[in-house]
Write a protein that binds this ligand. Structure first.
Ligand SMILES: CC(C)(COP(=O)(O)OP(=O)(O)OC[C@H]1O[C@@H](n2cnc3c(N)ncnc32)[C@H](O)[C@@H]1OP(=O)(O)O)[C@@H](O)C(=O)NCCC(=O)NCCS
Length: 166
């Protein structure tokens, strides 16, 4: 059976997922399905058979224009005080499967999905993440995310996605 990345569905075993960050584990165990029902986010799972190896969430968000680096800000109309972005709210790989490149595969899937939606049905100038710790910052940097000043957030412009990943 090969690894798939699809919307979270009830046949998958959520309760045994363990990534080492209790907040991200608890979210999948208890809250993810309800958030999907309420349309707060979508949840994609990477799985083999019924085993969830990783997951991520996407939702709409906006970010104050003042947080953007000058090079990006100057390309935007000054009338936009907040800019539309895609929030990669959570991304995690089960500890049993870390260090095998799966986090990168999952992240690229999230980026490509965000880019294709932004190109077709919803405005979004880039993907934003809130990294949990320094390890996560290093992980996201590898994939082209930049730190936004004074916020702890990281950002990957859609314009870079077109250059880097497509
Ligand atoms: C961060 C996380 C998703 C990485 O998953 P993973 O499957 O182990 O990552 P990969 O094997 O795909 O690694 C991809 C690249 O990122 C690097 N990387 C991964 N974790 C890293 C870390 N903690 N520090 C520095 N670099 C890291 C890898 O070395 C690799 O680089 P390479 O291609 O040059 O070898 C995973 O460790 C995790 O779920 N952590 C807990 C939750 C978390 O922090 N989520 C992100 C913030 S919400």
């Amino acid at each position: 059976m090969s690894v798939k990345i699809e919307l979270l569905n009830p046949s998958l075993n959520k309760k045994d997922f363990s990534c080492g960050a209790a907040m991200l584990d608890n979210y999948l165990h208890t809250q993810a399905s309800q958030d999907v029902k309420r349309k707060l986010c979508v949840v994609f799972a990477m799985f083999e058979d019924t085993t969830i190896k990783g997951y991520y969430t996407l939702s709409n968000a906006s970010i104050p224009a003042d947080l953007m680096p000058e090079a990006i800000k100057k390309k935007m109309p000054g009338s936009y005080k907040a800019l539309p972005v895609t929030l990669l709210g959570r991304l995690a790989i089960d500890v049993k499967f870390k260090g095998q490149g799966l986090g990168g595969i999952l992240l690229i899937d999230a980026i490509k999905r965000s880019f294709s939606v932004a190109g077709e049905s919803l405005g979004s100038i880039g993907v934003v993440v809130d990294p949990l710790d320094e390890g996560a910052v290093a992980f996201y940097k590898k994939f082209g995310f930049i730190l936004l000043p004074d916020s702890g957030k990281m950002f990957l412009p859609m314009a870079d996605v077109a250059l880097l990943w497509l």
